[in-house]
Structures are given as C-alpha cells and as structure tokens.
Ligand binder design. Structure first.
Ligand code: NI
Length: 224
C-alpha cells in the first residue's frame, strides 16, 4: 500500500527546513549505506555531525507523527530519526530494499514503513522520481514540496537519476505496531470507513460495530 500525504509541511515549516538545509554540510551518502546499497547509492546526506538534525527532526518528524493519515497508515511503534538526502545532476539511487533492522545495539528496531518527504519543488529538478515496484507494476512518484509518501520497507525501490536541478528529501523509517503490510492495509481501509461513519452518525449501531471491529483487530494484531 502506498499512501501519500499532501501538505505534510505547511509553507512556514517548509521554508524553515529549506533555509536550514541551504548552507548545511552534506557528505557522501555511501557512508550510511549497507553493503549492497553502497553499490547503487549515489547521493549526499546531511552530515550526521550536523547540529541541525535536532531542530529539523522536531519540525519534520513532529509533523509526521501528528498527522492522522500517518498514524492510521503506519501505526508507528518506533521511529527512526530522519536522514536528509540531496541529489544533484547525475545522482541516483538504484534499486534496493531498505535495511531490515536499524538502530544501535541498545535500541534496534525493524523497518516496516519507509517514508519520503519531498522538500524541493517539482519544478526545481528534472528526473528524480521515486520508483517503487509493487504487485501492480512500477509506480513512479514525484510529489510537490511538503508532501510525503509512505510505502512498505520491504518493497524494491529506486530514485531515478536527477538530470538537472536539485532534489532534497527527508527519509525515515518506522517499526509498525502491525508487522504485516496486508493487515495494515485492512486496518487502514477499516479506519477510513470508521471515520466516515463517525462523521455521519457517531451513535449509530453500525458505527459502533465497525469502530469496535477496528479496535479489536488492532488489539489482536498489534505487537508491542
Ligand atoms: Ni530506500
């Protein structure tokens, strides 16, 4: 399931993030890549030593975690701090799957959900589509600045070569309360129906039954 969030970051937040990244120190993205990813990864990332990470994460991760679509689609249990990646002309990231287990030994987590937050305007670069292999073929995703896409970390994906301009994104991962992507999709559909019913008639019998089914399925399937 691919889910997009339009306007995850509003204009003031987006501008703050862009300003902070404008003169920041970026380093070779291969430094943070696993063995296989190293071969196909050709981008730059905000230096891990950068003092900007804390403030950036407050803005970007804060908006993500508070967003109802993210909450319902990802059902996050543990969140990684975001990476900020930059692609200039000639850069790309070939097909790969994200590392299955991330974090230091003291705080490891499984990556179930990957998220890309687009920080550059679509018009500011050519190429640079996020291409995800799905059961229904390859999906090509290029969203406007401030929008985000959520996709299963198990899916093969790549970033097409940027042929001109500059593509800056934030990427992050989460361990979900619900490991199975299929179950998460069912829960997400059900959460949409529940919300519609609640808006129409919160006291109706069918609202209560759908709401209870959602809550109890989540209880049955969540692992903490
Ligand atoms: Ni990836």
């Amino acid at each position: 399931m691919l889910v997009t969030i339009d306007n995850l970051l509003d204009a003031p937040r987006l501008n703050t993030v862009r300003e902070m990244l404008k003169n920041a120190e970026f380093t070779d993205g291969k430094l943070s890549a696993g063995k296989e990813a190293k071969m196909v990864k050709n981008n730059e990332e905000l230096s891990l030593q950068s003092p900007l990470h804390q403030q950036l994460n407050q803005i970007v991760m804060g908006a993500l975690v508070q967003h109802p679509i993210y909450q319902n689609a990802a059902l996050p249990l543990k969140l990684a701090t975001a990476f900020y990646a930059r692609y200039t002309a000639g850069m790309s990231y070939g097909f790969h799957v994200d590392d299955p287990v991330m974090g230091p030994m003291s705080g490891r987590y499984r990556s179930d959900i990957s998220t890309t937050v687009f920080l550059s305007d679509k018009e500011d670069y050519e190429g640079g589509e996020l291409i995800i292999k799905t059961d229904f073929g390859e999906q090509s995703i290029k969203l406007g600045a401030g929008a985000a896409v959520i996709y299963p970390s198990k899916s093969l994906h790549k970033v097409a070569e940027v042929t001109s301009g500059e593509r800056i994104v934030a990427v992050t991962w989460a361990q979900s309360l619900v490991k199975s992507a299929e179950k998460r999709e069912l829960l997400y559909d059900l959460s949409q129906v529940r919300d519609t019913l609640i808006a129409k008639d919160p006291q109706a019998d069918e609202t209560g039954r759908v709401s209870r089914s959602y809550a109890n399925l989540l209880r049955m399937w969540s692992e903490v």
